[in-house]
Design a protein around this ligand. Structure first.
Ligand SMILES: [Zn+2]
Ligand SMILES: [Zn+2]
Length: 381
């Protein structure tokens, strides 16, 4: 198959300057990177390799000069054609993959690029694991906030060796397998991108060090399983699904590595009578016809205890009465609280011998003033 023109591959003109070429390459690299592209990995990788080969030549004034004069013959990459170890411009795109995959994210493309192309080197990856702890609260507890001591199973530093992993008189040497990096790079030949993976070094378990006389309690890891008592403070106003991050309260890392984080995930149980909508609370209240017509003063429950509620005369079914400040506190500003909304329903009673008479009298009165239907008729003809 005839090789495509390098300028055509990058979509630039023959007299394009260095900046234009770099820009074009970066744009295409972003599009065709196998881990970011919509195309199948094989197609994307083929394209990614093609644009990288073109860039390898056009970004280098000497190679570009030879290519301009002699074409593909001028820049022979050897018998097998262009291969990744001949690519010397990884640094020009490694930042793209840093962005694409979230910068410091472990195992992201930025890492692989920088390692493959000899960019930055990272220290031992011996940070402890992040942990998650789920806690269930009633709505009332969520309203007032909660303090609770809980036991979190996690990895802690070994007391016997103070987390070093070495027995008394023992010492730690740099691991030969990974050269103290704590990580090894595995390369499988199937393709360039998908086959370079970094893994914790199994000889030193990611610490970068080998202990000649391991501690008996932790077998050299420096960590042991513990149950740590932690006092949780959930601020007032937590909603279902609220997450609290406690830095450095996760598991300890091997050989005195930094601790991971602990995530507290709050689950708020639904309440029997109070319905929550963000920081607003809704309560349904039934009134008798007399209470609705004549008005009343009642005690109604709220999350902070009973309060007096004035029912105005002539209250209708569907009216909503508001109790300011009786809703949920705002979790970021506990002094600011939502309202409690009291939704009124007027419950019609079945008449008994006594009340039947009174309702009949009421009906008499109704017939003296124009009925609802009569008024509607007047209005709409
Ligand atoms: Zn130990
Ligand atoms: Zn190692």
């Amino acid at each position: 198959m005839a090789k495509r023109d390098y300028y055509e591959i990058l979509g630039v003109s023959k007299d394009a300057d260095e900046r234009t070429i770099k820009k074009a390459y970066r744009k295409l690299a972003r599009k065709h990177h196998p881990d970011a592209s919509d195309e199948s990995p094989e197609v994307a990788e083929e394209k990614f390799k093609e644009i990288s080969e073109a860039y390898e030549v056009l970004a280098d004034s000497e190679k570009r000069g030879r290519y301009d004069r002699f074409g593909h013959k001028g820049v022979d990459f050897g018998g097998g054609g262009f291969s990744w170890d001949q690519f010397s411009h990884g640094g020009d795109v490694s930042d793209i993959f840093g962005q694409l995959f979230g910068g410091g994210q472990r195992g992201g493309m930025g890492d692989i690029f920088s390692q493959f192309f000899g960019g930055g080197q990272r220290g031992p990856d011996n940070r402890g694991d992040d942990l998650r702890y789920d806690i269930t609260m009633t709505l009332k507890e969520a309203h007032s906030g909660m303090e609770k001591e809980v036991e979190i199973p996690r990895n802690g530093n070994c007391h016997k060796c103070s987390g070093s992993g070495a027995a008394e008189g023992g010492s730690a040497k740099t691991c030969n397998t990974c050269g103290g990096q704590g990580m090894v790079r595995k390369m499988v030949r199937r393709s360039f991108i998908q086959t370079i993976t970094t893994d914790n070094c199994s000889d030193c378990r990611g610490s970068g060090k080998i202990i000649d006389k391991p501690c008996g309690d932790c077998r050299g890891s420096g960590i042991v399983a513990v149950k740590k008592k932690i006092k949780l403070r959930i601020p007032p106003g937590a909603d279902d699904g609220f997450r609290l991050r406690m830095r450095g309260q996760g598991s300890a890392g091997p050989n005195n590595g930094p601790k991971g984080d602990l995530y507290i995930v709050v689950n708020v149980e639904p309440h029997k009578i109070f319905h929550r909508q963000d920081n607003e609370i809704i309560l349904d209240l039934e009134l008798t016809p007399a209470q609705a017509v004549l008005g009343d003063s009642l005690k109604v429950p709220t999350l902070s205890g009973d309060v007096k509620l004035k029912i105005p005369t002539g209250t209708q079914s569907g009216d909503v009465l508001r109790l300011r400040g009786k809703g949920m506190p705002d979790i970021t500003r506990p002094s600011s609280k939502g309202s409690q909304h009291v939704r009124i329903t007027v419950k019609m009673p079945k008449p008994n011998s006594k009340t039947k008479k009174m309702w009949e009298e009421l009906r008499e009165l109704d017939s003296e003033s124009p009925s609802f239907l009569d008024r509607m008729r007047d209005k709409f003809g």
